[in-house]
Design a protein around this ligand. Structure first.
Ligand SMILES: Cc1ncc(COP(=O)(O)O)c(C=O)c1O
Length: 336
């Protein structure tokens, strides 16, 4: 694969050759089968196509220098998919079966796992298939679970450059009880405001702060950072409980940082960034520094407008564990 960043395919556009698939019928999951990655047959009355009964996960497997492949925090992502399924009244996948599907896919496409800074992005997907167009308020009793894999390089096409973020202080990203569910409808809800802000303010992403309370962006969590101190929103149902967020907070605590998880508003954030840093965290973005916040027609530089030194330090510490260059003292990685 080329090392020229210009020549690398965009995140998510290339899929590995094989996928795993299992179906839920009559109250139980079938054994999974491996298939070449490709189109699936679906009844046009399938529940998901009408009532959006679907959720998914996203995490990475890394190619270590010793030749092994390791998945990062697989169990936590499996639990989050199971929680999403429960909250959407979808059949809940069996944790050990899903782990088996993930590890089998990685093993079968091992040769397609890119070298760092690339990785194999894993995308388990669950959706309701019951053919019934009169089931708007009835959960599906048939479902399909698929595990896809995708070799990835850079998420933000420009690489590590400071992000420009629009601060949306009125609109909600999604319904407050669904924010913690990783479901397609949340991304559909955020799409319109994100496209509008990109067009109007030339930003990369939108930070949703409904009623002035800072939450998250369309596909990443939000952290305020300075040396020895992190402030981020406390867990509630309104936003996705990021595994990257959880990992960074655990590491920061061990590095002696004061880690504050609480609600904070736009005014406090704008005060913080006069001298502090801000960053987005997520599997795809890792920890991406914010350079500018656009709010109320005004531009607010975050620090000096560049990716901050503490952000870079935390990002490097996490990437080192993911790539096997620093010891995995938490048992976060699974060998495939
Ligand atoms: C809405 C949203 N918030 C946060 C995250 C970050 O979550 P994680 O760190 O588990 O990838 C993601 C990405 O997966 C996301 O889609």
């Amino acid at each position: 694969m080329s090392t020229n960043p210009q020549a690398r395919p965009a995140f998510g556009t290339v899929l590995a050759d094989e996928m795993a698939i299992a179906t839920f019928r009559g109250g139980k999951w079938s054994a999974h089968e491996m298939r070449p990655t490709g189109p699936i047959e679906m009844h046009p009355a399938a529940h998901v196509l009408h009532y959006a009964s679907t959720c998914f996960e996203g995490f990475k497997a890394y190619h270590w220098a010793d030749g092994s492949v390791r998945v990062f925090r697989m169990d936590k992502h499996i639990e989050r998919l199971r929680q999403s399924a429960r909250l959407l009244a979808l059949p809940v996948p069996d944790a050990s079966q899903l782990a088996d599907m993930i590890l089998t896919v990685i093993d079968r496409v091992r040769a397609q796992v890119p070298e760092p800074p690339g990785a194999l992005y894993m995308r388990p997907l669950l959706y309701g298939t019951t053919p019934n167009i009169g089931a708007a308020s009835a959960p599906p009793d048939q479902a399909t679970l698929i595990v896809l894999a995708s070799p990835v390089w850079d998420y933000f096409s420009g690489g590590v450059k400071p992000l420009r973020i629009y601060v949306e202080d009125k609109k909600h990203r999604t319904a407050d009880h669904l924010g913690m569910v990783k479901t397609g409808g949340n991304y559909a809800a955020a799409m319109g405001p994100t496209l509008a802000a990109r067009e109007k303010y030339k930003v990369d992403q939108v930070l949703f702060c409904p009623d002035g309370s800072v939450q998250e962006t369309g596909a990443a969590n939000f952290l305020l950072i300075r040396e020895g101190h992190i402030l981020t929103r406390s867990l509630d149902s309104t936003f996705l409980h990021g595994v990257t967020r959880d990992s960074l907070l655990a590491m920061a605590r061990e590095m002696g940082f004061k880690v504050e998880e609480r609600l904070f508003d736009v005014a406090e954030m704008l005060e913080w960034v006069k001298t502090g840093e801000a960053a987005l965290s997520g599997t795809a973005a890792v920890l991406a520094g914010v350079g500018t916040l656009v709010h109320g027609g005004q531009e607010h530089k975050v620090g000096n407008g560049e990716v901050g030194p503490v952000t870079s330090k935390l990002r490097a510490a996490l990437v080192a564990i993911q790539n096997g260059e620093a010891p995995d003292t938490h048992g976060w990685t699974t060998r495939v």
